[in-house]
Every structure is written in C-alpha cells, then in structure tokens.
Ligand binder design. Structure first.
Ligand code: B12
Ligand code: SF4
Length: 521
C-alpha cells in the first residue's frame, strides 16, 4: 500500500460552505510545489486549496491520509488548527506537518498543535517524509507537480527565485530576513515544458527583478524564446519599482511577450513610502513608474496600503481621489489596510507604541480589518474600512469617466490581455468584496465591525462533529494581544523582541539548500 498524503493550502475564510475564489489571479503555488517533493510513483497525493475552493470539509480524505501537510498565510493559523483537530478525531494515527511563514513567525506555539513544524523551505518536508514513511519516498528529482494543479484555465504560475532583496518595514520577508536567490534562467522553460501551453504565465516571485539587470535579461530572454515558440501566449511577473528606473528593461519585457507587472506601489505619498522604508519606491515618483510602464505598452497592477495609524482617513481619501481623477494612472488592483506582519519592524514599533489593538486576532490581520489604533475616531475609521471592503470609496461615475479616458489614451498601446487585465481593476474597485478577501462572502456585511478585535467568529469556529475536550483549544482563535495591547502570553516566547538578523541580500549566489539542482545549470 502506498503512503497517502493530503496537502492543504489553508485560508482564513469565515464560513462553512463559502465557495472560494477559483478564478482569482494569482493562486497559490505552495501545494503544487510541496507535492513535488514526494516520490510520484510511490506516494498517493491529494491536494486542496481553501482559497480556491472554500473551507476543506472532507472528513473522508482526512481519514484516508497517513500524513497531512499544511501551508497557508499568517491569517490561516486558526484554520490549520481546526483541520488538524478534525484529522486527529477521524484518524488518530495521522501525522501533521505545517510550514511556511507561520512556522517561522510562531515556531514554539505551532509545536503545541502540529507534529512537525517546518521553518525552512519546501525541502524541509524531506526529513518529515523520511521520519513518517522511512527512506525511499522522497522525489528523486523534486519538481512542482503542475499536473495536480487546479488553476484557472489559460493561466500558469511559476517561480524563478525565492525571497526578496529588499527589506520593507511591514513585510514578512523582512521579518524572516532570508536570503534572496535565483533558480537560474532555465527554471522557467523547465516549468513551462512541464505545465504545457498557457495563454498567460505569471511568475510569482517576490521580486522578478531581485537579481538585477543581468539576471533579468537572461530570464526575459528565455521567456521570449518560449513566447516566440508559442509555448506561452504572454507572461507577467511580480517585480519591484527599481525595474522601471531603466527604460531598456521595459523594451526588453515588451518584445518578449510581457503584458505587464504587479508592482508594490503601496502609496503615492512620499512620506508614507519613506515611513514604510520602501526605498526602491523613492527612486522615481510613483506616477512616473506607471507612466513609463503604460508608455512601454505594459499594464501595471498594484495594491494600495493604507496606514490609518499614521494618516487620517481624509488624507487617504484625497489620495484615492487623486488616482481616480488621473487617467494617466492605472487603478489599484486591491486596497488594503496596512498589516504589520508578525515579527516585522513595523509590528515591533506598533507594539512598542502600544498601538496594537487589545485582543487582536491573527485571523483578522488580513488587509480588510483595522489592526492598530487609528488617528480618526472608531466610527470614521470603520466607515472607511467598510467602504473599502463593500465598495463606495469611489463612485461608479468616477470609474466610468476614468475608464473612458484611460482607454482613449492608453488602450492602443496595451496588448489585448493587458487591456483585459486593466479592466479587472475597475471591477475590483466596484465590487471589492469579490476580491482576495472572499472570507465574508456568506456573512451579512452588516455583521462586521471591521476591527480585528471585535469581529464575530464565523461558523468555522464551531466543530462540525463531536470533538474530544482536548481539541477545544483548536477552535479558539489565536489572540495576539492582551487587554492592554501587549503581547498575549501564548505568543510572547515567539514574538518578543529579538535582534532581527537581517541577512545581507545576495543577488547572484544560488542557495545550496534548493532541491532543484538542474535549475542552476
Ligand atoms: C498567491 C498569493 C496570494 C493569493 C493566494 C493566497 C493563498 N493563501 O492561497 C492571494 C491573492 C489571495 C493573496 C492574498 C494575500 N496575500 Co499573498 N501572496 C501570494 C504570492 C504572490 C505567491 C504565494 C506562492 O504561491 N508562493 C510560492 C510558494 C511555493 O512558496 P511560499 O508559499 O512562499 O512558501 C515557501 C516557504 O514558505 C516554504 N513553505 C510554505 N509552506 C510550507 C509548508 C511546508 C510543510 C514546508 C516544508 C515548507 C513550506 O516553502 C516555499 C518555498 O521554499 C506571495 C508572494 C510570493 N512570491 O510568495 C504573496 C504573499 C504570500 N502574500 C502576502 C500578503 C501580505 C497577502 C495579503 C495579506 C495581501 C493583502 N494586503 O490583502 C492577502 C492575505 C489574504 C488572507 N486573508 O490570507 C505576503 C505574506 C503574507 C503572510 N506571510 O501572511 C506575501 C509573501 C507577499 C509579500 N511579500 O508581501 N496572496
Ligand atoms: S519589496 Fe515586496 S516582498 Fe520585498 S520586502 Fe518589500 S514588500 Fe516585501
């Protein structure tokens, strides 16, 4: 009998029966990449993504598996605990491994709930495989299992590097301080060969430009070959604003079939960017970055991050009006309340300032809830967050006017896919509730408070089957702060100040731990 492994990407949805976001771009690659660490012939695998398909409720699969492997973003910690409780109830012998940024941010707490807490990269699962099944069950040539991916048709996701070479104040990459490294240019053709033709290939790196001009040119060269050979219809990637400093980069990208990039613009306020320590965004004014991109025929997607602790709602609304009133700017693809990610310098600063809300729930550090004390009154801040989440910050008339002027000025320069992707930004601002945070799709909006300490827990927090008393804690939300906004005792050992070891960024050197040896060829 083959060992059986269930891999789940957990997501912090509120409600049992939520439908998930199967057509949202981008989707996570994590389970597909993790699956590639197991021997394809000797291990039976099932993959599930809660972001795409809604909360995982299949007790039969939990009873089937010998090993449960969990991944997910920080707000998904409660979901990891809940699924583990179900697994142990229906299948007491199951082994549970978890990993990713949660394992790095909360290693000690995680050990209370999971058998294996993998703080490193994908390759860490190798030791778990050996421990649970014995030798012989690791993949001989680890490689993402694109054949098991259930992504929107026409889209493929790939990676060409890990981690980031920048250190923005709020980001989990900064909290982790891990070294940026590139897989090498051949990684992309290998992944495309394995996944087959895709109309749009999206390279999901933290920073596609993290290896500088030389690596960028090499990777774009490979993508151009794939594009000319009709192995991809187009490509896009996530990259930082320093990419736009050299216009030649944009020419290269455009001629290689690129439709555009996602770039962390975050704010048009220089003061805010400086406060976020996002120095790559100070090289050029944000408006110039967008103008250069559009002039080169490349769409630019970005998110806006609003820090209501530093800025008033009136100031933020002025910024939104400035964007929507300017048809030379693309509209943001998503709006988010600033999240001081666990362990980041901003998290520490907010903690020291006493600015974290009391009884803060990790589940609600999701970009659509208020996490810190705000400059405005609760009523004003909550009204802003509600409009951000439900729509109403920008009128449909303003959006229509922007769309007409934008397409008149830039429509002809963008490719058809670039134009279609520009259209999604109008949709995102009109119906933001249908965007990334689908977590309240089934919850009456009026039930929300928009504060991360007073949001109602959804139905997922009530077990769907009888549970042993010892599992009760698995259904309690993880609370990060006490009633004074100080660290809650349960996370003190993990989150109290430690000298953050910022690893110097290395641009060229491959990481020897990476399990994809051929990619460095
Ligand atoms: C796809 C994506 C999304 C998708 C899907 C998310 C999902 N959960 O399914 C969407 C668009 C929904 C999304 C939303 C958000 N995202 Co997002 N997203 C990504 C993105 C672009 C790719 C993730 C991915 O597939 N990576 C590739 C896989 C292979 O690697 P990985 O997951 O990073 O894991 C590595 C290690 O951690 C480790 N690992 C991970 N899990 C496990 C498990 C085991 C057992 C082991 C051994 C190892 C291991 O192995 C991998 C490589 O070594 C990343 C950026 C990036 N390049 O990673 C951001 C990123 C993950 N998102 C981020 C953020 C901040 C958000 C938002 C908060 C944004 C916002 N303000 O709204 C929301 C959160 C919404 C929520 N409620 O959770 C942050 C970090 C978040 C965090 N740590 O919690 C990232 C890193 C971007 C960034 N630099 O800021 N996101
Ligand atoms: S550039 Fe992006 S991924 Fe890198 S540290 Fe800044 S926010 Fe994080």
């Amino acid at each position: 009998m083959k060992p059986k492994v269930l891999l789940i990407n957990c997501y912090s949805d509120n409600h049992r029966g939520a439908k998930g976001n199967p057509n949202f771009i981008p989707q996570s690659m994590a389970t597909v990449a993790l699956a590639g660490q197991f021997h394809a012939d000797k291990v039976a695998l099932q993959l599930y993504c809660e972001f795409a398909r809604g909360p995982f409720e299949n007790l039969k699969s939990l009873a089937w598996a010998d090993l449960l492997v969990l991944t997910g973003l920080n707000p998904a910690f409660d979901r990891m605990k809940q699924i583990t409780a179900y697994a142990r109830t229906v299948n007491p012998g199951i082994a549970v491994a978890m990993g990713g940024s949660l394992a790095r941010a909360l290693p000690l707490l995680s050990q209370r709930y999971f058998d294996y807490v993998c703080q490193g990269d994908l390759e860490d699962i190798g030791a778990v495989i050996d421990d649970v099944f014995g030798p012989g069950y690791r993949a001989e040539q680890p490689f993402p299992r694109f054949d098991l991916a259930r992504w929107p048709p026409w889209f493929g996701f790939a990676e060409s590097s890990r981690n980031c070479n920048f250190r923005c104040d709020f980001c989990s990459m900064t909290a982790e301080g891990r070294r940026y490294f590139s897989y090498g240019a051949d990684a992309l053709p290998m992944q495309v060969e394995a996944m087959g033709y895709k109309a749009c290939l999206m390279v999901l790196d933290q920073n596609f430009y993290g290896g500088g001009r030389r690596q960028f040119t090499e990777k774009v060269g490979r993508l151009e070959q794939l594009y000319r050979a009709k192995k991809i219809g187009s490509w896009s990637a996530l990259a930082t604003a320093d990419l736009y400093a050299d216009p030649a980069n944009l020419v290269l990208a455009k001629q290689s079939g690129c439709t555009g990039f996602f770039c962390g613009i975050e704010s048009f306020s220089r003061a805010q960017i400086a406060a976020f320590k996002k120095k790559q965004n100070l090289l050029l004014p944000q408006e110039d970055v967008i103008r250069r991109s559009l002039d080169a025929g490349l769409m630019l997607h970005y998110g806006m991050v609003f820090d209501t602790t530093e800025r008033t709602v009136a100031d933020i609304r002025e910024e939104i009006d400035f964007i929507v009133g300017n048809p030379n700017l693309t509209l943001p693809s998503f709006l988010s309340i600033a999240i001081p990610m666990l362990g980041s310098p901003l998290f520490q600063r907010r903690l020291d300032q006493g600015a974290l809300l009391p009884h803060l729930k990790l589940r609600d550090m999701d970009g659509c809830s208020i996490i810190c004390q705000s400059r405005d009154s609760d009523a004003v801040t909550a009204d802003f967050a509600r409009k951000m989440h439900r729509g109403g910050l920008v009128s449909r008339r303003q959006l229509l006017r922007h769309a007409l002027l934008f397409y008149a000025r830039h429509g002809r320069k963008l490719s058809p896919i670039g134009m279609a992707s520009a259209a999604t930004t109008y949709w995102a601002l009109s119906f933001p509730g249908l965007g990334t945070n689908g977590r309240d799709r089934n919850l009456k909006y009026s039930a929300r408070t928009y504060f991360a300490n007073t949001e109602a827990l959804g139905t997922l927090y009530t077990p769907q089957i009888p549970m042993a008393e010892k599992m009760r804690d698995h259904f309690a939300p993880l609370i990060l702060t006490n009633d004074r906004g100080e660290l809650h005792p349960s996370v003190q050992a993990d989150l109290q100040p430690k000298a953050v070891q910022l690893t110097p960024s290395t641009k060229e050197k491959p990481d020897l731990e990476c399990s994809y040896p051929n990619w460095h060829a």
